[in-house]
Design a binder for this molecule. Structure first.
Ligand SMILES: Nc1ncnc2c1ncn2[C@@H]1O[C@H](COP(=O)(O)OP(=O)(O)OP(=O)(O)O)[C@@H](O)[C@H]1O
Ligand SMILES: [Mg+2]
Length: 233
């Protein structure tokens, strides 16, 4: 059966064929994982892929420093400074408090930037620190929903990262596991003294997903997965 949902490539070699071609256009997607699992690399890789497909991107972060990210991403051949100068990429360093203002004011600088570069992809790295602004699970959920509604209004495919000690816990603390359209978990797990990287698609609306955790590697081109290599922890 053909699927009527239009897809947006993830930019991660090996991943699109597992999910009918990529993320659903204009959907909200969550990349969850512990520290160092590759969330920021995944997020930037998604935006760089967008640039190649004529879909400019905005990256909002509360944690990563611009110079550091630009320097690190050059290792993968991604010249963010160049893309920024070409008007295809915008890096926004925010405090979570400033993002709260976006919600109450309904856009502000972010909206201006999205319109200016005609952004089609939007990353928030990470949603965890944003959620921590709100005390309880319910207000967190409401704030996240407001944010998602804004992203929908902007006609962007959204990618949020979520950090915690374990991937499973991070979803719970993000308090919106039911609100996002897809959840991808990244692992960097130690077993018998060896750490292994892996990726699991936990859910994706409108998409049959493989019920297995597959090998992930970070090489000089960024993140790649090997769908034929199943990881058993
Ligand atoms: N050029 C590279 N080649 C191979 N691996 C790399 C390279 N650069 C970074 N890495 C690996 O990627 C990991 C960091 O990935 P990333 O910054 O995306 O993690 P993260 O999930 O965003 O972590 P955090 O939650 O701390 O922000 C590093 O720990 C390192 O092992
Ligand atoms: Mg990160």
């Amino acid at each position: 059966m053909t699927n009527h949902l239009t897809r947006v490539s993830t930019g991660v070699p090996g991943l699109d064929p597992l999910v009918k071609g990529g993320f659903v256009r204009d959907s909200i997607n969550l990349i969850a994982g512990g520290t160092g699992t590759g969330k920021t690399i995944f997020a930037i890789q998604f935006l760089v892929d967008g640039i190649k497909h004529n879909e400019p991107g905005v990256y909002i972060t509360f944690e990563e420093k611009k110079e550091k990210v630009y320097e690190n991403m050059l290792e993968f051949g991604w010249d963010l400074e160049k893309y920024e100068k070409q008007g295809k990429f915008v890096f926004l360093e925010y405090t979570p408090e400033q993002v709260r203002k976006i919600l109450t004011e309904g856009g502000g600088t972010v909206e201006y930037m999205i319109e200016k570069i005609k952004a089609k992809r939007l990353v928030i790295d990470s949603i965890t620190s944003f959620c921590m602004l709100y005390e309880d699970a319910l207000t967190q959920k409401e704030a996240a929903l407001d944010l998602f509604n804004l992203i929908n209004k902007w006609n962007c495919t959204g990618l949020m990262t979520s950090r915690d000690i374990s991937a499973e816990e991070s979803i719970i603390s993000a308090a919106m596991e039911f609100e996002v359209d897809s959840i991808i978990l990244l692992y960097h797990v130690r077993n018998k003294g060896i750490r292994t990287r892996a990726l699991e698609i936990l859910k994706m609306r409108g998409t049959k997903i493989p019920e297995k955790t597959v090998a992930l590697d970070i090489n000089k081109k960024g993140i790649v997965i090997n769908p034929r290599k199943i990881i058993i922890f």
